[in-house]
Design a protein around this ligand. Structure first.
Ligand code: ADP
Ligand code: ZN
Length: 437
């Protein structure tokens, strides 16, 4: 493949909306036909009298009821399997961040299509077969491991399946093998940067790192900027979920403004999670996805519980697949204190803008008579001062800005760097002690 080519698959990535929608409708009908072979959808379609012929246009998608995480848990493990088990070559499960994990089965073709989507995503931000790709995310059941592994191999990169953890060893790989592209969760990206510093290595000068794919958990623009500055890379947001195979569902392009959701493989809807009605384009709601090419376990109108919006307008990069905005969080992440709905990312957005603030924080909600308390434990970058007056002034500034953002006054406690527990997988940002009692 020529080095100058901008798209992995120009015909698909820049297809006219009309052709793309025609392709979606064709694939939707095929998906309905395949899904009818699973015990779960087979029964549902029979009850509702749904067949591939029920779909004259994409608007007819609304004839199908939503599929929820709870339903997937009740069909666990094989109730939504639409092919004979003999055709299944691998299964994966979700991380189980919010409860019992769900299971997704894959045929050989499913795995190939998945690798293609990841390859397309990486190629789009300039990754080529001359790159050394290090995957510093968990392997095993977590889809960020094998998902990126096969995608980068499909692209022809020299891959380093480092997996998560053992940060000094990660750094040795980066310097020894000349790693140019890396994938990890955002909290781990910052951890890498800290350990580089402790080891006296400047990743901006002493390594060949140039691209960082960060995803699998919510993060703010401020966090992306930190990753870019500390490591001297361009960082691109990567969105996926195991129910939709894994990474490679939506990915930023070089514009770094929203993630193109691969609409030849998925139909996306954004709904109001309370009324279940579609929201007007550009408004935030819950992302609902339908697989269009999956064989083993097609999922229709799957409610992700992730909150985002479709960015209106065309992207200057020329791709026609619509973009979703940086995730606002999961609907389950939201907590209510003193009657106000709060998302952890609103808090992160304020915290990480302060240069003195380190990369790790923990939000604890303490039940209290007269109004629950939000305690934010916050690591400072280094002990930049022993002047208590200065620390107190910084604390007051942060508290007041947080109050403006979340409308509740939190308690902010400064900690030394390295005091909070570090997770190798997805970071735990909120501890709600009200739920434990
Ligand atoms: P679990 O839902 O148990 O964490 P997964 O490993 O399948 O299991 O994770 C998928 C979820 O991770 C998504 O539904 C979303 O909440 C989150 N996620 C993935 N990528 C991103 C991203 N780029 N930004 C924000 N959240 C993300
Ligand atoms: Zn673009």
């Amino acid at each position: 493949m020529a080095m100058t080519q901008k798209y992995w698959d120009p015909e698909i990535e820049t297809m006219s909306r009309k052709d793309l929608e025609a392709l979606q409708l064709k694939r939707l009908k095929e998906t309905v036909a395949r899904a009818a072979g699973s015990p779960y959808y087979g029964k549902l379609f029979k009850e509702l009298n749904i067949t591939p012929d029920s779909f004259k246009s994409l608007a007819d998608l609304s004839k199908i009821p939503f599929t929820t995480k709870e339903q997937l848990r009740t069909t666990y493990p094989f109730g939504a399997l639409a092919t004979p088990k003999a055709d299944v070559v691998r299964l994966h499960s979700s991380s189980g961040t919010t409860g019992t994990p769900t299971v997704i089965c894959h045929t050989k073709k499913d795995l190939e299509a998945w690798a293609d989507r990841v390859a397309r995503s990486l190629y789009g931000v300039g990754v080529r077969n001359t790159d050394v790709f290090q995957n510093s995310s968990g392997y095993g059941m977590f889809t960020g491991g094998l998902g990126f592994q096969y995608g980068a191999e499909r692209l022809g990169c020299l891959t380093v399946p480092a997996a998560a953890g053992n940060t000094k060893r990660q750094i040795k790989f980066i310097t020894d093998f000349g790693t140019t592209v890396i994938h990890a969760v955002p909290s781990y990206a910052l951890r890498l940067a800290e350990v580089f510093r402790d080891m006296g290595i400047d990743p901006r000068k002493d390594t060949s790192l140039r691209i960082f794919a960060i995803g699998a958990e919510p993060h703010t623009e401020a966090q992306r900027q930190r990753v870019e500055e500390m490591l001297g890379v361009k960082a691109y947001n990567s969105f996926g979920m195991s129910e939709m195979s894994g990474p490679g569902v939506a990915f930023e392009c070089p514009e770094q403004h929203g993630m193109h959701l691969w609409e030849d493989h998925y139909i996306m809807e954004i709904i109001n999670p309370d009324t279940l009605e579609p929201v007007p384009e550009g408004e935030v709601g819950e992302l609902v996805l339908t697989t269009l090419t999956r064989e083993a376990m097609p999922l229709l109108r799957y409610r992700s519980r992730d909150l985002t919006r479709i960015l209106p307008g065309d992207c200057p990069c020329g791709r026609t697949h619509r973009r979703i905005d940086r995730m606002k969080g999961r609907s389950d992440d939201m907590f209510i204190v003193k009657g106000v709905n709060i998302f952890p990312m609103q808090i992160e957005n304020v915290l990480l803008r302060y240069a003195e603030v380190g990369n790790n924080y923990l939000i604890t909600i303490n039940p209290k008579v007269g109004g629950d308390e939000i305690l934010i434990e916050l690591e400072l970058k280094d002990l930049f001062t022993d002047d208590y007056g200065q620390l107190e002034r910084l604390n007051k500034r942060i508290v007041s800005q947080l109050r403006d953002e979340i409308l509740v006054t939190p308690v902010v406690k400064f900690l030394q760097p390295g005091s909070l527990p570090q997770s190798e997988g997805k970071a735990v940002r909120v501890k709600d002690l009200r739920k434990l009692s």
